[in-house]
Write a protein that binds this ligand. Structure first.
Ligand code: AMP
Length: 389
């Protein structure tokens, strides 16, 4: 999700800029002022309560705001993001917003403050008042709205500065120039987003070779736990020694070890556009671990792929591989091949089913040659990149 708050005094141009932002980034627009005006027009209880405060240029109580905003936000959970205009306006509302974002399992990405001197605000609002028909666009009320802004709203900038998500823009420039500055901020914000892909498929489906090729093409870090463990063994690290002991005793590698390796890999990967996970998560427990690891880095899974190949074709591919130089130690006998296929079926298929019901899994027909499958996957990845950034 992309969640943005437009901040600034009345007349700063928040409404004007909102028009293009909601279209360009497909955001759900929430203007508390507009919601209140609707309540007043419909003469609801809330509207009647708010009316006298609004026409005097004061701020409506936080209790009223929380009621109108909660309904709107929770009624639109499918939205790709929210654009807030005129909210938050008080310190309390800043905390309300935090709470609402947590409820949707997301956060505010940036607060863009349009800076405009008071006299320009007054001039613009008086001009708007000639057309808007808004009872609060007259000089006495405007002065009071600006006083409220100075005293109650402006101080909350500190809250967002401390969070490091506040961006200040000169709001006296032309509409076009201000739009450009806002887009620049959003573009930077979006470019920080990681594309995290999980690639599933039975052994022999081609997930390893496809995963590696995708990583190279899209500058993603390829995270395959099997080779990572082999690497540790080869380099005789502390972890490697433990793992080879476990292997010798025919035991499974515990999640603690795998987690450490993935954590290191994520921490050491700078300037990557995202990660592609292969062979992890393999179990339901590991799927929770992955969510936690990504969340720690402010990220999440962006795309889940499953390469589908019929079982007989898998067996014939694995059998063929066992006769070549690419033979893996784990596919040098029929018994081992069957064991791996069963492992996948019993432990990993439930993980895919869980993801499918949570986020949707994109199924790819993996029966063609490498290039034709790669082309299909690339198209899905590119579309996801576009959606994300
Ligand atoms: P606006 O359309 O944002 O200029 O808002 C018009 C009026 O609605 C304000 O002057 C306030 O009286 C009231 N209002 C809008 N949003 C809020 C809010 N977040 N908190 C308190 N009062 C608000």
């Amino acid at each position: 999700m992309l969640n943005i708050a437009l901040f600034g005094p009345p007349g700063a141009g928040k409404g004007t800029q909102s028009d293009f932002l909601i279209k360009k980034y497909n955001l759900f627009y929430i203007s508390t002022g507009e919601l209140l005006r609707k309540e007043m027009a419909n003469q609801t209880k809330l509207g009647l309560e708010a009316k006298s405060v609004i026409s005097a240029g004061g701020l409506v109580s936080d209790e009223i705001i929380v009621q109108i905003i909660e309904n709107t936000i929770t009624g639109n959970p499918e939205s790709r993001g929210f654009l807030f205009d005129g909210f938050p306006r008080t310190y309390i509302q800043a905390y309300i917003l935090e709470g609402l974002m947590i409820k949707l399992n997301t956060s505010l990405n940036c607060l863009i403050s349009l800076e405009v001197p008071e006299e320009i605000s007054v001039r613009r609002l008086l001009e708007r008042g000639k057309m808007s028909g808004r009872s609060d666009d007259n000089e006495t009320v405007i002065r009071n709205r600006l006083k409220e802004y100075r005293e109650k709203t402006l101080p909350i900038l500190k809250f967002y500065k401390e969070k490091g998500i506040c961006h200040e823009i000169d709001g006296t420039k032309t509409i076009e120039e201000v739009s450009q500055s806002i887009q620049k901020i959003i573009k930077e914000e979006l470019s920080k987003r990681l594309l995290n892909i999980v690639i599933f498929g039975y052994p022999g489906s081609g997930r390893g070779s496809q995963g590696k090729a995708l990583a190279e093409k899209y500058k993603l870090e390829y995270v395959a736990t099997g080779p990572m463990l082999d690497h540790e063994i080869k380099n005789k690290t502390e972890i490697g020694k433990k793992v080879s002991e476990l292997y010798d005793n025919g035991q499974l590698v515990p999640d603690e070890i795998v987690v450490q390796l993935i954590e290191q890999k994520i921490a050491n990967s700078k300037n990557v556009k995202g990660f592609i996970f292969k062979g992890f998560p393999r179990t339901l427990v590991q799927s929770y671990i992955l969510d936690g690891l990504l969340k720690k880095h402010g990220s999440s899974i962006s795309l889940i792929l499953e390469i589908e190949v019929p079982t007989l074709e898998l067996i014939s591919r694995l059998d063929a591989r066992s006769k070549t130089g690419n033979c893996m130690p784990y596919d040098n006998s029929t018994a081992k091949i069957v064991k791996r296929l069963q492992e996948h079926e019993y432990k990993t298929v439930p993980v895919i089913e869980k993801y499918n019901s949570l986020h949707g899994v994109v199924k790819i027909d993996g029966t063609g040659n490498f290039d034709s499958v790669f082309e299909k996957i690339s198209e899905v990845v590119e579309n996801r990149f576009k959606m994300l950034r």
